[in-house]
Design a protein around this ligand. Structure first.
Ligand SMILES: NC(=O)c1ccc[n+]([C@@H]2O[C@H](COP(=O)([O-])OP(=O)(O)OC[C@H]3O[C@@H](n4cnc5c(N)ncnc54)[C@H](OP(=O)(O)O)[C@@H]3O)[C@@H](O)[C@H]2O)c1
Length: 280
């Protein structure tokens, strides 16, 4: 497993972590108290931690914070980097504080390592949101601040609005088929400002693993025998930039173990070029 400092956090995270968004159908059912295959999901996260993954991503929207809380309860809290997200309707100072307290309760922890704004909300004054976040940092409930689904301008504005701290991470849709952040200035800005990039949909929501796409990866398999599509796709992300932390979904232990098995593989320039040639 490759470990690297996640932005300015001072924490060394596994370059491949675990995501815990399942799908909207799963979220919908949780409102009726149905948590499908809950134990399998908890086991998947525990397996990841036992085998070196220390970065876990969740969000109040996903209704998986309780699952993460359950999975981490027997591990040393300090060894883990737990990231959650606040929903965009909860960005006013009062709502933000309440949302964080709810998340902490569900996660059964006193602090989150990374608190991310899930989506921008144009009706909220970001200055107030970040002021509250910095207050919560001073109180020790948040260790680092991140944003997700922000434009380059909003990322820059966020970093400038923060007064005592700096942005630690940006979470964006980024995979071999969707490489907008490489071309719209976001990756460049993050690299220059020591901001970690957490690609979501690193497997294109599972698409890259489909046999149909084997043709894109067979050339790489001439060099790295038998490596599955999914793992080439993850290696691509973490090889191309050393500020990247992929968070493939962890919902069954077999896939988690597979992602760990190939986690040390860094693609060389010519292998990266082969993947780059796929139209994104
Ligand atoms: N910030 C945002 O707006 C946002 C949006 C979406 C997601 N996210 C975060 O990003 C994470 C990842 O996104 P995602 O879960 O939607 O998509 P993803 O990780 O790109 O793809 C998930 C799919 O890939 C499968 N998979 C995982 N490992 C595999 C492997 N080794 N081989 C083959 N298939 C594999 C999963 O199946 P199994 O489940 O059966 O293993 C699942 O079907 C989320 O869990 C969430 O934490 C953030």
């Amino acid at each position: 497993m490759i470990y690297r400092y996640l932005g300015n956090s001072g924490f060394k995270c596994s370059a491949i972590g675990m995501g815990t968004y399942y799908d909207m159908n799963w979220i919908f059912k949780t409102y009726f108290g149905i948590y499908s295959k809950k134990d399998t999901k908890i086991e998947a996260i525990k397996t990841g931690i036992e085998n070196g993954m220390n970065l876990i991503d969740t969000a109040e929207l996903y209704n998986t914070e309780k699952i993460v809380g359950e999975a981490i309860k027997d591990f040393k809290r300090d060894d883990l980097f737990i990231a959650t997200k606040v929903f965009p309707t909860h960005l006013s100072p009062r709502s933000l504080e309440k949302a964080l307290n709810r998340s902490l309760k569900k996660l059964n922890t006193g602090y989150v390592d990374l608190y991310q704004i899930h989506f921008p909300n144009p009706f909220v004054d970001l200055k107030k949101t970040f002021k509250t976040m910095e207050k919560l940092m001073d109180e020790g409930k948040i260790k680092n601040i991140g944003v997700s689904n922000f434009s380059l301008k909003m990322i820059k504005d966020s970093n400038n609005i923060l007064s005592k701290h700096r942005l630690t991470s940006v979470q964006m849709n980024y995979n071999i088929f969707h490489r907008n952040i490489e071309n719209n200035g976001i990756m460049k800005y993050c690299r220059e400002n020591n901001i970690a990039v957490l690609p979501y949909f690193p497997l294109g929501h599972g698409k890259v693993a489909k046999d149909y796409y084997n043709k894109y990866f067979d050339e790489i398999r001439k060099d790295i025998k038998d490596i599955p599509n999914a793992n080439i796709a993850l290696s691509y992300l973490i090889s191309k930039n050393d500020n990247v932390f992929a968070i493939p979904r962890a919902s069954n232990k077999e896939h988690v173990l597979q992602n760990i098995k190939y986690s040390d593989i860094i693609l060389n320039d010519s292998q990266l070029k082969i993947i780059d040639s796929i139209k994104s």
